[in-house]
Design a protein around this ligand. Structure first.
Ligand code: GLY
Length: 527
């Protein structure tokens, strides 16, 4: 079973599985395919996380998050008056050193069974041309404001203003050649070969920071996944520099000690409890999370049962807290410092949850001339000015300040659940700061409310991230529910986009049920 956010890419994954490839082979092929067919988020110029759990019980986590270039500095995005500029969001200086090609190759070397070139080949084929769908045409058009600022992006993705129409063929010859080089030369080509040289030269010519040394020095980090338990299920999830795994474990910890689920899915009382858990977790996120290679993330303290119980105890069933009164918890710490997701399970039961990103839709808007791929604006995931909100409105502290070679804190939350030691669920999502709350709610809908995977994904979602002090609701909640939430003191606001969750749940009889988010235009398929 493959669930991805774009149908051509899902089909590529199914073909790899059918040909005897395993879940890691399929994930590599789908990720390369998405770089062609879903360029707003699928990428060569970004980074991400790949969580794998093999059928034999082994699990590991590949962190191929972008890193700050060596020339990056704490205040690099502050203007003359000390205010953050838009340089962390748009243009050449917004890009971190890409990790995707390294991450895919590292995972493939460890667990892949098919030849590398065979897994890049479907993406090469798609780069020769594929028919534009209606949603893709609209997506490209929606990127016009950003991409028209950069001639190469304007030429390739906007056809110099003559936007692609549904059913036209979209061919990307520059990207095709880049992929052909990667198929032949692997990550070494991307980080040291022609691709690297052209990328570094273009950076220098346009005031960007990434150098050939930054590219040569890039390494994927293999990390131990975070693990926890919730109501009899084992959770395997993303460790820092993801903030998401810790987030879902902490929020589940707060919820496990309540009977919130007895109020029923979608009830104001249940939403209230979950939103208050969210508020408390995001307060901690603002202070205590960052790249573990640079900042000591006190994971065990943040997940300590007594600590979580104290956070839970401050939740009042009938009354919303204010974010002003909820500070990051007292850990008694020593002072120190548009994304996409795919879920795959192969016939042996090996599972992969892969989330990767160029951050905003179409990243920083820049396509490197001659290379055909967009660069990320992941530098905006750092705290450009600790204490001030970023693109997602997230307030973050010194723990996530910019430092050379550091990885920005992420919300990406690829997660796997086990039941009685056996694979139960593979889940993850794009959606910036809303990823963590989206993944949490889909898991709660399945585990606590007994929904099937598609219903769990389709159910309307809400989001609270401490600051701003608002309970964001997607459309679909009844006016009565909204009134009851307001009566509890929540400042309710409408949100037009939440995470797009892509998940697989193993059924009691062993069959796989795939759910793809109706908010996006993906596809779940098996064989
Ligand atoms: N770029 C979004 C995230 O990593 O959280």
């Amino acid at each position: 079973m493959v669930v991805a956010q774009e149908p051509h890419a899902t089909n590529v994954g199914v073909e790899v599985l059918k040909a005897g490839g395993n879940a890691v082979d399929a994930a590599v092929a789908v990720a390369f395919a998405l770089a062609v067919t879903h360029p707003s988020a699928g990428n060569l110029g970004g980074g991400g996380f790949l969580l794998v759990r093999l059928a034999n019980g082994e699990s590991t986590f590949f962190d191929f998050r972008e890193r700050a270039p060596a020339k990056a500095s704490h205040d690099m995005y502050l203007g003359p008056e000390g205010k953050p500029t838009r340089d962390s969001i748009v243009g050449w200086r917004a890009a971190g050193v890409p990790g995707t090609v390294s991450g895919l190759e590292t995972a493939h070397r460890r667990f892949g069974s098919k030849p590398w070139a065979e897994l890049v080949e479907p993406a090469i084929r798609l780069a020769q041309g594929f028919p534009v769908s209606y949603p893709f045409a609209k997506s490209l058009e929606s990127g016009a404001k950003l991409m028209s600022q950069f001639p190469e992006s304007k030429r390739i993705f906007l056809r110099n203003g003559k936007y692609y129409e549904p059913d036209e063929i979209f061919a990307q010859p520059d990207l095709q050649r880049t992929l052909e080089r990667i198929a032949r030369g692997g990550a070494k080509e991307f980080y040291e070969g022609e691709t690297a040289k052209r990328l570094a030269q273009a950076m220098e010519a346009n005031g960007g920071l990434i150098t050939l040394d930054d590219l040569k020095n890039y390494r994927t980090a293999e990390r131990k996944p975070l693990t926890g338990a919730y109501r009899g299920y084992s959770i395997i999830t993303a460790p820092p520099p993801s903030s998401g795994g810790l987030g879902i474990l902490q929020m589940m910890g707060m919820l496990e000690g309540t009977n919130y689920q007895d109020y029923g899915a979608g009830s104001a009382a249940a939403i209230h409890f979950v939103a208050e858990a969210m508020r408390r977790y995001y307060a901690d996120r603002s202070e205590y999370l960052g790249d573990p290679d640079f900042f000591r993330v006190q994971v065990s303290k943040l997940l300590d049962k007594k600590y979580i119980a104290a956070r839970r105890a401050s939740i009042q069933p009938g009354k919303a807290s204010t974010s002003e009164e909820i500070k990051p918890g007292n850990l008694q710490l020593a002072e120190s410092s548009e994304t996409t997701h795919l879920s795959i399970v192969d016939e042996k039961g090996n599972a992969v949850a892969l989330t990767y990103t160029i951050n905003g839709g179409y990243g920083c808007g820049v396509t490197v001339p001659g290379l055909g791929f967009l660069l990320n604006n992941e530098m905006d995931d750092f705290a450009a000015k600790p204490g001030e909100p970023n693109m997602f409105g997230l307030v973050q502290g010194e723990s996530n300040a910019i430092q050379p070679n550091k990885r920005p804190l992420s919300s990406m939350t690829p997660t796997i659940l086990l039941k009685d030691g056996e694979l139960f669920m593979v889940v993850g999502a794009p959606g910036g700061s809303r990823i963590i709350t989206g993944v949490l709610q889909v898991i709660l809908n399945v585990v606590d409310f007994g929904m099937n995977v598609q219903d769990a994904i389709d159910a309307p979602r809400f989001h609270h991230q401490w600051m701003p002090d608002k309970l964001y609701l997607e459309r679909g909640f009844s006016p009565d529910t909204i009134a009851l939430l307001k009566a509890r003191g929540h400042t309710v606001d409408r949100i037009s986009s939440v995470a797009n969750v892509e998940a697989i749940v193993v059924q009691p009889d062993g069959w796989l049920a795939g759910g793809t988010d109706r908010r996006a235009h993906g596809k779940a398929a098996g064989f």
